[in-house]
Design a protein around this ligand. Structure first.
Ligand SMILES: Cc1ncc(C[n+]2csc(CCOP(=O)(O)OP(=O)(O)O)c2C)c(N)n1
Ligand SMILES: [Mg+2]
Length: 568
């Protein structure tokens, strides 16, 4: 028998769930937990803003599948967590949000006299999957089990527990509590039924033309290999959704870019769709004009969450399942189907349309010779220097569009962008989380200068923690993405002018290696310098403002339809 604190018991629960990182700031109310982290080999990473703590957890999870915990002190630290938590909720990122609380005699309700007092449970309820207090030492393991069950039910997301200081400091006999391993209190899955798999295989094998659409859920489930095996067997086109960019290799022979006429044609001609790990949200413009007439199509959708089924396109068969087991099961069934589809010719026809369209749309950019630096060409150079094995984190407005189009194909789980909430400022902290989880890999954050400003101070966290994160800031000095609407409707801009920031000089002050580039011919050397730095590095890239605004018209219009619905 030994007496342990509530803080230590909580750490044991976290470790049992695979938590290896805690992000946040210290405060007396959580010190019993912090004091024990090292003993349990959990790394505490202090931050410069609590929202960034959650974005770090997001980068770690998206690249490794590991869940982290974040901390907020009573009052302000907890309030600061909220933008990060909302982002995680939208992104389907599981995070353990731990908020501290004062002694119970002064909360719920907090009288106006309470310093840093707020009834935090009510603030968090609408933004997390589940929220609850732990009011006694004895209940810590049980309440954590409730929280983790909720976290992993359906689409994952943040859960919130609140622990008042007296419970953190309370001690109890550790032989009196039972800690259960995850498999002892929650089931794996959900799994597909054999009947569902048979039906899906029959539909696919009997189709005239099939198409596979791969969403971010494929990355999250580690189902990439199984997905490609199904694509290879069907020899049909595969489209990655906007959020699922790294779920399929862009250089796969069956890959089709989703935002152009090649993919439109493929979708319209297909009579059976297999959609995996995607809600077919507005960002993928799931409108009949691009996706075809649902009356002629059968949609098979595989998703971890019932709530994502048939949201924008009607279903023929919905399979609520973990993507990996569904695809592995489907592969097994397809192999036993007698009729094996052969569709290579169609795929090549679509790819030819896509290729021609792409080359025409981007020809002016490829021919661009200045003045200054074009963000698209800069992205290509970044890809050349950092290659296909790096983890890329994109942040910003137009900057993140150039990134999506011109950064290289990546490995699974290796292209991060906040594509559900579109929260600017996540890039740098997310890259830090990614680097913590993948110390041997290069992690490169490309960021708009607007986006960079939100959490740039975290580059100091990277310096302090010795993390070789590379950040390239596209510093044209504007909130560019907001300019076209102002110009079009009012003939002028307002509020988009940002002023000049020398991000390299700021970075220097934060303890990073820094580079400034305003000529294309110097870019490669600066990037190589950043890559060779033995600490975090920042490249301030002065790009051409007009070039950053010159999104090809047709693509710009498609993005407008994300917001406005189908036009024309
Ligand atoms: C936190 C947040 N505030 C505002 C917006 C709206 N918004 C979307 S893109 C954008 C401009 C981004 O500017 P920058 O990061 O410099 O990228 P650029 O468009 O200039 O390439 C803004 C303000 C947002 N998505 N997130
Ligand atoms: Mg900008």
């Amino acid at each position: 028998m030994s007496e342990i604190t509530g803080g230590e018991l909580l750490v044991r629960c976290l470790v049992g769930e695979g938590v290896r990182f805690v992000f946040g700031l210290p405060c007396p109310e959580v010190d019993p937990l912090l004091a024990k982290l090292e003993q349990y080999e959990v790394r505490f990473v202090p931050v410069r803003h609590e929202a960034a703590a959650v974005h770090m957890a997001e980068g770690l999870y998206k690249t490794t599948g590991q869940v982290a915990a974040v901390l907020g002190n009573p009052g302000p630290g907890t309030a600061n967590l909220i933008p990060g938590v909302i982002t995680a909720r939208h992104e389907g990122v599981p995070v353990v949000v731990i908020t501290a609380q004062h002694r119970l005699a002064i909360v719920y309700p907090s009288p106006p006299s309470t310093f840093q007092g707020q009834d935090q449970l009510e603030v968090f309820k609408p933004v997390v999957k589940w929220s609850g207090p732990i009011l006694s030492w004895e209940r810590i393991p049980e309440v954590m089990r409730i929280a983790f069950r909720e976290m992993w039910t359906g689409r994952p997301g943040p859960i919130h527990i609140e622990i008042p200081a007296p419970v953190m400091y309370a001690t109890g006999d550790d032989t009196k509590v039972r800690l259960l391993a995850p498999a002892q209190y929650r089931a794996a899955g959900p799994r597909p039924s054999e009947v569902q798999l048979e039906e899906a295989a029959r539909m696919l094998a009997g189709a005239k033309r099939t198409i596979v659409i791969s969403g971010g859920g494929v990355d999250r489930a580690g189902a990439n290999e199984a997905l490609l095996a199904v694509v290879d067997l069907l020899n049909c086109p595969v489209i990655g959704t906007i959020a699922g960019r790294s779920s399929v290799p862009l250089d796969h022979p069956n890959f089709l870019y989703g935002y152009g006429p090649g993919a439109d044609l493929a979708r319209r001609e297909s009579d059976v769709f297999l959609v995996v790990g995607s809600r077919m949200g507005n960002l993928d413009i799931p409108y009949d004009k691009y996706w075809g007439d649902p009356a002629n199509q059968k949609l098979i959708q595989v998703d971890i969450d019932q709530r994502n089924m048939g949201v924008t396109r009607p279903l023929a068969l919905g399979i609520v399942s973990d993507a990996k087991s569904a695809l592995e099961g489907l592969l097994r069934m397809l192999k036993t189907e007698r009729s094996q589809p052969k569709r290579g010719a169609d795929t090549e026809r679509y790819r030819e349309v896509a290729r021609k369209w792409w080359d025409e749309r981007f020809a002016p950019i490829m021919a661009w010779r200045g003045p200054g630096i074009h963000p698209a060409l800069a992205m290509q150079t970044i890809g050349k220097v950092f290659g296909s094995d790096s983890i890329y984190v994109a942040d910003g407005g137009n900057t993140s569009l150039w990134a999506a189009w011109f950064l290289p194909s990546t490995k699974p789980r290796s292209y991060l962008n906040i594509l559900e909430l579109g929260m600017l400022g996540t890039g740098i902290p997310s890259a830090i989380g990614a680097k913590l989880g993948n110390p041997a890999r290069e992690v490169v954050c490309v960021s708009g200068d607007g986006a960079a400003g939100f959490n740039f101070m975290e580059m100091q966290s990277a310096a302090r923690e010795g993390l070789k994160v590379r950040t390239v800031v596209f510093a044209e000095g504007s909130w560019s993405m907001e300019e076209p609407n102002e110009r079009m409707l009012y003939g002028k801009t307002f509020g988009t002018e940002m002023g000049t920031v020398r991000w390299d000089r700021v970075a220097e002050g934060l303890g990073c290696k820094s580079f400034y580039v305003d000529r294309m011919e110097d870019l490669e050397a600066a990037l190589k310098g950043a890559k060779a730095s033995d600490g975090p590095a920042v490249v301030c890239l002065k790009t051409n403002r007009d070039a950053n605004l010159a999104i090809p018209m047709e693509l710009g219009l498609r993005f407008a339809e994300v917001y406005q619905g189908p036009m024309g």
